[in-house]
Ligand binder design. Structure first.
Ligand code: ADP
Ligand code: MG
Length: 743
């Protein structure tokens, strides 16, 4: 049985083996047992029901909670050549009817529907005529009020299943592992002696870090800039925070979008699509953004505020690195987060017992943010895993090699100031007194008379606040609850004041940019993927995942057979996109940069295996197999190039390593045209390495000039600057610092 499943995995999805847990779940379903699969986000739950669906007779019904999620999954399946569709409220009645008719004819292997749909009589009568052998319930925790995504419509599932004359096989899939949720799923869905499979919750490709007392805004700015070419999500606690942060990043030239429940449906949809299509690289969002984001190439998830419990944190952070490539999960802690989360829970109408439970969970998060123990171990043990190794070597606790400095003196200054202010004020005012502010409030309270007034004037106000926050985080100070938290001294601080204990701090290292030697072919394949994505109107990751492109860049497959061995390339995708990617790889290796060293196929292989291409490269259709030569294959690459718009060809050539002058010569155009091409590519949303064209020492002068005379015309800017500043440098600076959406 498992051979058949493996064959389907390879043929349709292009993967060679099952991941941890998938096989057991699939076997259980194929043996006809109701099955509950609890697997962490990104573990591959979809395949665990899609493969049985492909092997069963008839149609599989998939219950899925979100419209966007359904569309995403169905698009992805169609990409793999699997007949699938969805029925939900985004369709017109006519369209619904058409799809129902086709479903009744057996045209689809998978039919995605929202749970509300099951209440419609129309739909029920369709089900009578359909041979539904298997019903998969995605995000099954939505049925439980203990879960963090409870959806009342999921409660209709139980009665619906009871009402069926013949009960289909049921599979329930979720990432939430708590016992309450698990038993709710079994009970409310009426599962019969289900097989319950809990996959190890570890996600080895994710790096976990917690940062305390950091200036969050600066940190996020530095981090997102250093990772400007990667997709990432920043979760913030409130809508207002999302608005502020997104505005700040955008103003500073980053391609950031936002998502929260206060935005209109259209705005949210647009934002989500921009993210899926890589139009924006950073998504700043509240926790409203997420379920159903199956984008596989999210490289980092930053929590700007501490979330309310570990379940929510792990699910959100787990959206990084679904493709199995490295992903980074950073949590920026500040004590105010705790106050906010506490407050939100106080406001709820939960029963006292439930409130206590929630408060306990917050405390669990606070401990996660402070523990010097391995973070992965802390997480896995929270989810009930046993025998977890002491150190994972891939989290901020295990990798903490920062320099330790003594900050006892600074701490004493702060503690004594708080003491003299009688422990009645918040962090802001304490910091201002230390800084030496003479604002009215401080004079009225006579704090300008304190001996601690102005004793830290040599460092910035923000740095003083950061330091106080750190001392709160380290357990020297305490913040009171309530709207205006007051800082108080804890016993540890008294010891320090008496000179009986020292305070140390680790100095954090700045985030660094990654380097890699196959970056250039990878980048080029990414550009090609983007071209195709635009043409097909699909998110780039649905063409191929990052991991697939990276493997292509490493292995450099030169023919179909080698291409099929790349993880993520199945038959259908090979047929649709194989030639274009082969051509790109081929022309890359032809340049002598990297001649598929790891590839043992001979040119003869290339010749005989080169397909008669079905789409796109029509001009080559009448070539016979035997007529292919190395030269012609090189032409094939050029033919592919020809279909790419001229300005994008320029960018590709630049990314391949040609200088702008070279490109002008090779393409027989003027240097100005080449420059214009890059600007146009930028306008198309391509990431252009503008910094390549901006001498560092000129950037600030140019920005200053732009501030003075505006950005509408170049001439006045140029006039303000030294003669050696080139026109194109000014344009590059303008483009680099462009506000997204300014067009
Ligand atoms: P989730 O469990 O969160 O629903 P998904 O089903 O969205 O996860 O899968 C996450 C990613 O893992 C997808 O990009 C999918 O293609 C990939 N994936 C799933 N199974 C495998 C496998 N056996 N080998 C390689 N990649 C896989
Ligand atoms: Mg899923």
């Amino acid at each position: 049985m498992i051979e058949k499943a493996l064959e389907v995995l390879q043929r349709y999805f292009g993967y060679t083996q099952f991941r941890d847990g998938q096989q057991k779940v699939i076997m259980s379903l194929l043996q006809g047992s109701d099955t509950v699969a609890i697997m962490p986000t990104g573990a591959g739950k979809s395949l665990a029901y899609q493969i049985p669906a492909l092997l069963f007779e008839g149609t599989t019904l998939v219950i899925s909670p979100l419209i966007s999620l359904m569309k995403d999954q169905v698009d992805a399946l169609q990409q793999y050549g699997v007949p699938a569709t969805f029925i939900n409220s985004s369709l017109s009645l006519k369209e619904v009817r058409v799809r129902i008719e086709r479903a009744a004819r057996g045209d689809y292997k998978l039919l995605y529907v929202a749970p509300e749909r099951l209440e419609s009589d129309n739909f029920r009568s369709l089900l009578e005529s359909l041979q539904v052998s298997f019903l998969a319930i995605d995000e099954a925790h939505c049925v439980s009020q203990w879960g963090h995504d409870f959806r009342p419509s999921y409660l209709h599932l139980g009665p619906f299943l009871k009402s069926l004359s013949q009960k289909p096989l049921i599979g329930a899939f979720t990432a939430t592992a708590t016992e309450e949720v698990q038993s709710d799923i079994v009970r409310l869905l009426g599962l019969r002696e289900p097989g319950i499979f809990v996959t190890g919750f570890d996600r080895p490709n994710l790096t976990f870090s917690t940062l305390r007392g950091e200036n969050k805004k600066d940190f996020v700015f530095d981090y997102t800039r250093a990772h400007a070419d990667q997709s990432g999500i920043i979760y913030a606690g409130t809508r207002k925070e999302v608005d502020n942060l997104q505005g700040f990043l955008t103003k500073n030239g980053l391609k950031a979008g936002k998502y929260h429940a206060g935005m209109s449906d259209e705005d949210r949809q647009k934002s989500q699509e921009d993210f899926l299509f890589d139009e924006i690289t950073v998504m700043v969002a509240t926790n409203a953004f997420g379920m159903g984001i199956d984008k596989s190439n999210v490289r980092y998830v930053i929590h700007y505020n501490m979330p309310r419990n570990m379940e929510a944190y792990y699910q959100e952070a787990g959206r990084a690195g679904r493709d199995g490539e490295p992903g980074e999960c950073l949590l920026l802690f500040s004590p105010q987060d705790v106050v906010l989360q506490r407050y939100l829970i106080e406001q709820t109408i939960f029963q006292p017992e439930r409130k206590m439970n929630e408060l306990k969970k917050i405390q669990g998060m606070v401990e996660y943010c402070h523990t010097p123990r391995c973070l992965r171990k802390t997480i896995l043990e929270y989810f009930g895993e046993e025998d977890v190794q002491e150190e994972c070597g891939n989290c901020s606790s295990c990798n903490d090699e920062r320099e330790i400095v003594d900050i006892t003196l600074e701490a004493q200054k702060i503690f004594s100031c708080i003491y003299r202010m009688r422990e009645r004020f918040g962090i802001g005012l304490v910091a201002e007194v230390l800084k030496g502010s003479r604002k009215a409030k401080i004079r009225e309270l006579c704090f300008d008379q304190l001996s601690t007034h102005g004793i830290m004037q040599e460092i910035s106000l923000q740095e003083i606040k950061d330091l106080i926050n750190r001392l709160v985080a380290e357990g020297y100070l305490q913040l009171s609850n309530g709207e205006y938290p007051v800082v108080k001294l804890l016993p540890n601080a008294i010891l320090v004041l008496k000179g009986e204990a020292k305070v140390t701090q680790k100095v954090s290292a700045k985030p660094s940019r990654e380097e890699s030697d196959e970056v250039s072919l990878f980048d080029r394949l990414r550009v090609l993927r983007r071209e195709i994505a635009i043409r097909e109107n699909l998110p780039p990751y649905m063409i191929f995942a990052d991991s697939t492109l990276r493997e292509m860049a490493q292995v450099c497959p030169l023919n179909h057979r080698a291409m099929l061995r790349i993880s993520g390339v199945g038959e259908r995708k090979l047929e649709k996109y194989g030639d274009e990617f082969l051509a790109s790889i081929w022309s890359f290796s032809k340049d002598g940069k990297r001649l598929g060293e790891t590839n043992s196929d001979t040119f003869a292989d290339v010749v005989t295996l080169q397909p008669k291409s079905k789409q796109g490269l029509g001009q080559l259709d009448d070539q016979t197999d035997s007529g292919f030569t190395v030269e012609k294959i090189a032409n094939l690459a050029d033919a592919t190039m020809e279909k790419i718009p001229s300005h994008h060809q320029t960018l590709l050539m630049y990314l391949e390593g040609h200088s702008l002058e070279d490109i002008a010569k090779l393409r027989k155009v003027t240097p100005i045209t080449v420059q214009n091409h890059l600007v146009r590519c930028g306008a198309d949303g391509q990431a252009i390495p503008w910094d390549d064209f901006i001498p560092t020492e000129q950037e600030s002068h140019i920005l200053e000039a732009i501030r003075q005379v505006g950005r509408e015309r170049l001439r006045p800017i140029k006039d303000l600057l030294a003669d050696e500043v080139e026109w194109f440098t000014i344009r590059a600076v303008l483009e680099k610092h462009k506000v997204v959406g300014e067009e």
